[in-house]
Design a protein around this ligand. Structure first.
Ligand SMILES: N[C@@H](CCC(=O)N[C@@H](CS)C(=O)NCC(=O)O)C(=O)O
Length: 215
């Protein structure tokens, strides 16, 4: 495995994979990037994760790690410096809560994205409205938790900033017709600022072509 101790199975639009890639960059850990389309039969994702989802962290020794939340947890334990999660309990809980919130917003968006892939008569307006409530509710809560501060927690970059900025950038790419600046101005400013960090460079979400039928 070259000089990297890790390989990451990733997809170009994936906010979950981007979270992991940025964490590795923040910690200065080199890795080999494997880009796949997890929705196509050609993907090797199921060889490493029975849930067939990426990101997957492939380690030189030991089983693969899947689920971005768990990968982030693993990286923090295996490579504690520099820390991305505050050491104190309240800070830890807030950072993890933000990560859960941001992942949940992305999950709701992915569900509605594929619902819209169905032929129009098969789409459920009730289901779409439910997902939209989660997206709006999650973004409103993220903006409330940020307040008028530069970072979510204290005066340093943490997992909370990473999770929020990757979720907002993903949604902004997938949902370009939405007036982000008008609805979530401070969240968008925060994401724009985070995007200037060196660790964020080179991983901006890019849509992929899905060849197989998903729904
Ligand atoms: N909760 C998972 C979500 C991962 C996820 O949904 N990944 C998408 C790509 S962005 C995927 O691989 N989907 C394939 C599938 O659900 O079958 C995580 O945080 O790792």
């Amino acid at each position: 495995m070259s000089n990297s101790i890790y390989k990451i199975i990733s997809a170009t639009p994936s906010p979950y994979a981007r979270k992991v890639r940025i964490a590795l960059a923040e910690k200065g850990i080199p890795f080999e990037l494997i880009t796949e389309v997890p929705w196509d039969q050609t993907t090797r994702t199921p060889d490493f994760n029975p849930l067939e989802k990426l990101p997957i962290l492939i380690r030189e020794h030991g089983d693969p790690v899947y689920e971005s939340y768990l990968i982030m947890e693993y990286l923090e334990r295996a490579h504690p410096e520099p820390p991305l999660v505050p050491a104190d309990q309240d800070g830890w809980l807030l950072a993890k809560r933000l990560e859960v919130l941001c992942d949940g917003v992305c999950d709701a968006f992915v569900l509605s994205f594929f619902e819209r892939h169905r032929e129009e008569p098969l789409q459920s307006a009730t289901w779409l409205a439910r997902q939209q409530r989660k997206i709006d509710g999650g973004l409103t809560e993220m903006q409330r938790l940020l307040g008028d501060r530069q970072y979510f927690i204290g005066d340093a970059f943490t997992l909370a900033d990473l999770a929020a900025a990757t979720a907002v950038s993903y949604l902004a790419v997938r949902w370009p017709e939405f007036d982000w600046r008008a609805s979530y101005p401070t969240l968008l400013d925060h994401s724009d600022r985070m995007e200037t960090r060196p660790s964020f460079q080179g991983s901006r979400p890019v849509p992929q072509t899905i060849s197989d039928a998903v729904v």
